[in-house]
Ligand binder design. Structure first.
Ligand SMILES: C[S@@+](CC[C@H](N)C(=O)[O-])C[C@H]1O[C@@H](n2cnc3c(N)ncnc32)[C@H](O)[C@@H]1O
Length: 213
């Protein structure tokens, strides 16, 4: 069952009936389990008004599917100096600010070996973004493009990716440089960055290269 008015704040509720439904005594004993669309954490929060995503001229929204296909675990959260979208760097190279990745302590031992790496790929959940845009007109480009031709946080699954430099690892906390998200953004995954396989120095995005000429 899908409840919730905003497409980007939908909540999937699953009702689990358990125990007795005693007709004679009139007792009704059941458990109600709410599974949030985003898998927990801040998922029940509506986007904060100061970070609301509207829809611009030329932008097109798609009807979202009625149900989700998978669930996620947020494995921590990211502490950054930025509290409003307009304060955030536009991309991972936009600031030298140190940010803290606070991993849920249950996953701390998963960092074993990462101290030998210089850079990590960080995957995070843009929890304030809308999820229904299929064509977008980003403010700083002002031209209509498809969601999958853009790095916009507004996408059906608002997963962001950045390559960040590790400054230090201290218990369950990583200090890194190279993130562009709001304070408290949920963390999805951390992977070592392999320059040997992840770097494609001659890759191009034509519309962006053209724009720079
Ligand atoms: C253009 S996206 C790029 C994200 C990532 N580096 C990527 O390429 O996938 C970065 C922008 O997302 C917005 N943003 C940051 N944190 C957000 C959050 N938690 N929810 C929604 N939007 C967010 C800010 O406007 C920020 O400048």
């Amino acid at each position: 069952m899908v409840v919730g008015a905003w497409p980007w704040a939908r909540v999937v509720a699953r009702v689990v009936m358990r125990g007795r439904l005693g007709a004679r005594s009139g007792t009704c004993d059941f458990a109600l389990m709410i599974e949030t669309a985003d898998g927990g954490g801040r998922a029940n929060d509506a986007p904060r008004p100061e970070n609301a995503y509207g829809i611009r001229d030329g932008e097109v929204a798609a009807a979202l599917p009625d149900r989700f296909d998978a669930s996620l675990y947020f494995i921590g959260h990211i502490r950054t100096p930025w509290h409003r979208r307009e304060e955030c760097p536009k991309n991972a190279r936009g600031s030298d600010a140190a940010c803290t990745i606070a991993l849920d302590p249950r996953w701390s031992s998963g960092l074993k070996g990462l101290e030998t790496a210089s850079h990590v790929i960080v995957l995070y959940w843009m929890d304030q973004a809308r999820r229904d845009l299929v064509l977008q007109v980003p403010r700083h480009y002002a031209e209509q493009r498809g969601t999958f031709a853009l790095r916009s946080p507004a996408r059906p699954n608002p997963i962001a990716l950045s390559v960040a430099r590790i400054v230090r690892i201290d218990g369950n906390e990583l200090t890194v440089v190279g993130l562009d998200c709001l304070d408290n953004t949920p963390l999805l995954d951390i992977k070592p960055y392999f320059a040997s396989t992840d770097s494609v120095p001659d890759a191009i995005v034509g519309w962006h290269a053209d724009r720079k000429r």
